[in-house]
Structures are given as C-alpha cells and as structure tokens.
Design a protein around this ligand. Sequence first.
Ligand code: CP
Length: 329
Amino acid sequence: MSERATVRETPAAADAARRLQRKDLVGIAELSPEEIQLVLDTAEAMKEIGERPIKKVPTLRGRTVVNLFFEPSTRTRTSFEVAEKRLSADSLNIAAATSSVLKGETLIDTARNLEAMAPDLIVLRHPSSGASHLLARTCRAGVINAGDGLHEHPTQALLDAFTIRARKGRLAGLKVAIIGDLVHSRVLRSNVSLLRKLGADVWIAGPATLLPPGVEQFGVRWTTSVDEAIEGADVLMMLRIQLERMRGGFLPSLREYFTIFGLTVERLRRAASDVIIMHPGPMNRGVEIASDVADGPHSVILDQVANGVAVRMAVLYLLAGGVDHEATA
Ligand code: CP
C-alpha cells in the first residue's frame, strides 16, 4: 500500500503540520492553494479507505458531528453522513423541517442549544448567505459550510477539483467552462475561487439575465455565447437552473433556454476530444443538459458524488484533529 493511501500514526508535530490550522471551513476564499492541495491529497488516502471490504477506520471515534440542514439536500447531507460513519464519528442529523426552527427558534439559539451537547463539528446548510460565518463566530465547535445562500459551497468545489485532478492529472492550464444559472449559484463562487487559485483558465457563460452582478470583478473570462465557452474546453461544468430562487422574468421559457444554452451532443463537438462533463446536481434534464450527454461517455457526474465522500472525510479529519491510526481493514 502506498504512503499516500494510508492514514498513519505520526509524531504529534508532523501530524499537526498536516492539519488545517483553522477551526472552520466556511469558504474557499479563505483557503490558501497549499491548504486546498492538503485537502485533495488527504482525500486520496480517504478514497482508498472507501475501496476496502470494510470501509471504516477509528480515526474520529469519540468525536460528535451535527449535520444541521435548513435546506433540502441529497448528495451533501448523505455524503457527510457516510464520511462521518467511515471515520467512526457519532453523527446527529437535524433537519429544519423536524426541529424547533418551525416554532420560530433562531439559528443562533438552535446552535447554542446544540453546543450545550458538546459537538466537535457542525455541518451547516442554510438559505442565508453568511449563515456559516455567523455560526463560526458564535460556536466553539468547528463549522463546515455545506452551502449558504448564494455565497459558497466549499466542499462541492473541493470535490469538483478532486474529480478534475483524478481525470486530468492537474488543474493548472485547463480550460474550465462553467455554464448556466450563474447568478443564483454558490457552486459557481466556490469553484471560481478554487480554480483560479490552482491556475485553471476559467470561463463562465450564461444568458445576460443570469450573469452575476460585478462579473467583471470575478477575474475570469465571461460570455453570453455558450459555443464560445465550450470551444476547446477540457472541462464543462453545467449549473442547474434554480427555478426555486427565481422571482419571475429571468427566462422566456425552459424550452428556449435549452435550445440556446443547453449542452447537447452537437454542442459538445466543439470541446476538446477528452472533455469531461460535470454537474453538481440535482440536474434538470432537457434544460441545462441533454440526457444523452449527462449519461454519455464524457460524463463524470457520478464520480463527483463518489468523490464527495472522500473529500468530506478529508475535511472532517483535517478539522476535527482525530487520532491517526494505521489504517487496517
Ligand atoms: N450538489 C449539491 O449540493 O447537491 P445537494 O443539494 O443534493 O446536496
């Protein structure tokens, strides 16, 4: 077994140097390129644990993680829970719909009451931008942002980078085009930040009504021509049309959107021959992406989901400071 693929006991000083020297992960904006590389390298070891017959190590035994979700989630919530179980942490799952939030309890009061039970980490998804920052400032426990409003979704960007690196061997110099509903996307903001830090050539494209305000300040190339963005691209990241966040007037019709901006087999011919197709999910098939592209040979969409477990294991491990163990099956 390679050194990279093993979580080993190490002397305390060397071990500390391999941890994130921070309490929280609220955004990619705060991470250095070296911290991002540390997460990606640690995720390689975590992925190997997930390929064993017994997919469990005692690394976070005795640690408690609260998964606090105020918005719906399939991939993020379940992959955090799987990651916690694989590291032997104790997980508590709290959804707003079944909590006292429905009785009017605030986020801070909810968090303070949960903190009274001494969790080590809180994983938070919340509809308000900045909710994770607020919680991180209030709580002793570490806070991991699992998506806050229109702000950031850092673990999504990390798993996307891990997936690109696994397929392409690098991120630097790759043309990565992010296409779709840009204005409502926290995935866009985290990915732009991460991809720029690691040297990718980032393009964003979508209808003028869905470009984010201040797009000129993003430090990426932007266009309303999907064909221009796709031309020669190594990576195409399609973003969901977020109808639930739209209050009228953004699009004439979904059918027209698909005709002008949807990723089809025909449009794909403009990309590099070994292009990979990504989507954070959930997908609107026949809106931002055709089904034969989503399920086709260039798609790595389910790899993203699988890699989400390894990347979230890495983040939990690097923040929670668990005991390292020789990773025996
Ligand atoms: N990518 C993502 O955040 O998916 P979920 O909303 O299902 O968690």
